[in-house]
Each structure stands twice: as structure tokens, then as C-alpha cells.
Design a protein around this ligand. Sequence first.
Ligand code: AMP
Length: 275
Amino acid sequence: MFSLSRKLRRDGKVIGLVPTMGALHDGHLSLIRKARQMCDVVIVSIFVNPTQFNEISDFDAYPKDLTADSSMLANLSVDYIFAPSADEIYGPNFKTFVTVDDLSEKLEGSSRPGHFRGVSTVVSILFNTIRPDVGFFGQKDAQQVALIKRLTFDLGFEAEIVVLPIVREDNGLAMSSRNERLTPEQRSAAGIINQALLKASRAAQEGESNASKIAEIVRNTIESEPLGNIDYVAVVDNATLEPIEKISQSAVLIAVAVRFGEVRLIDNIVLGDQE
Ligand code: AMP
């Protein structure tokens, strides 16, 4: 991959990288389509990154089917699939990790210790190996986006970070490989998460500026669905992820994690100007 990307750069190609963990769905495909529009060469990485799983059972349960993923990509004119083994990414005696202070510990970080250290490390390795001109990420993982923007700037990677909107199922549930593990009843009930976020967003548009009132709207709406159990509802600054009290001009992220049975779902909405 090193020598391939060196050659592509020498030939003046604009390289787009779409990092994924496989189990591809329409959310991933939207990133790949955008990459196809913007770049000369599209590389999709498929790597279920062991260091970002804090529980080995979660890693073992993660769907891994390279054949199915590759056939989904066949119609999208992807130039390269980069599907390394864990040993290729983490060589013998691997000791070097990347941590993004503060951003890593909040929200998802507090229930998944070590998760973002794994994410920042693997993204740094991928960026360093492939040297993409553009990296494509989904707004679905809002905290990951904040972290990757931070590390790209801090470590001086040249990649431009493009963030694509959340792709949803018909009932509003954000697409995720985890949705397959919901019962049909839970899957339909989980549409409440998006309804709650939209309700809060409408309230903000209509002038509600108190962040705890906004959080309460989300909470109350989700709690109206008995199958859902809220892990957190957070109203934070979209870039720093620091809690805020008042909705103002800068972009505000409403982020939630909700359990349906064993399955933990995350979702979010951004209010205000994302730039
Ligand atoms: P994953 O394979 O879960 O690591 O996701 C790979 C990329 O796809 C990440 O940048 C995710 O944010 C993005 N992604 C996952 N689900 C969605 C979705 N429903 N809509 C948009 N992007 C998504």
C-alpha cells in the first residue's frame, strides 16, 4: 500500500480514503459515492480494528465477511480495497499509540475505555500509509469526527476531512451493522431516537435556547418508548464536546446512546452552523 500510494501520488492522482470496518450498508456506500465524485482513486479500507474494542466478545461478535463486502463494492467502481490483517497494521512488539486528550474521554469514551485510542491509532496508521488527499467519515459517529479533525490538524496530516450526513432506515433509525442484532420489534421501536432528536431540533429552531430543556425533550421522548433504555443524552459544543448551557450561534451537538435489549445504539443531530 505504501508503494502503491507513492506511485499514485507521483502520477498526480487525488486519493480518497474511506475507512470502514466492513459489514457495509448504505451509510458506508454514501461515503464511497462521494469519494468517487471527488477523487481520482478511491480506496476503501476494511479492517475490524481490534484495539478499538474494549471487550473481546464484542470484537468476536463483529460481523466479518470480506466476500459479501467486496461484492457490494463491485458496482461502485472502487479502485482498491485495503483489507490488512491485524499483524500487518500492528507489527511485532507494537508500542506506539495515538491519544487525543479530552475528546477521547467524553461521551462514548466514558462507557468504552480505550476505544478512541484504538480509533486514533488506526486512523493515523491508515493516513500515514495511504496519505489520502481526502478522508471520508460519517456524521453518525460525531465524536469520532471531532477527534479525527483534531488529530489531522494536530499531527499535520494533509488529508481534507469530508463528513457525510447520517443515512437512515425508513423509520429514521440510523443505519448501523448493529441494527441486525435488534428484534423486529426493537428495530421499529428504535425509530423513536430520531424522532426525539428532531423534536429537540424543532424546539431549538422555535427559540428554546436552554440546553437542559433541549436534553429533557430528547429524554422524555425516548422514555415514552418502553423498549429503550437511555445511556446518555448530551448537549455539547460540536467541536470540543464540552457541555453547553445555552444554544447560541456555534454548532451544538445533541448526542445520545440508547440500549434496546443488548444492543447499544448511538445517534445525534447538529444544530446551527457546522463550520
Ligand atoms: P464503521 O464501519 O462502523 O467503522 O463505519 C465506517 C464509516 O462509515 C464511519 O465514518 C461511519 O461514521 C460511517 N457510517 C456508519 N454508519 C453510517 C450511517 N448510518 N450514515 C453515514 N455514515 C455512516
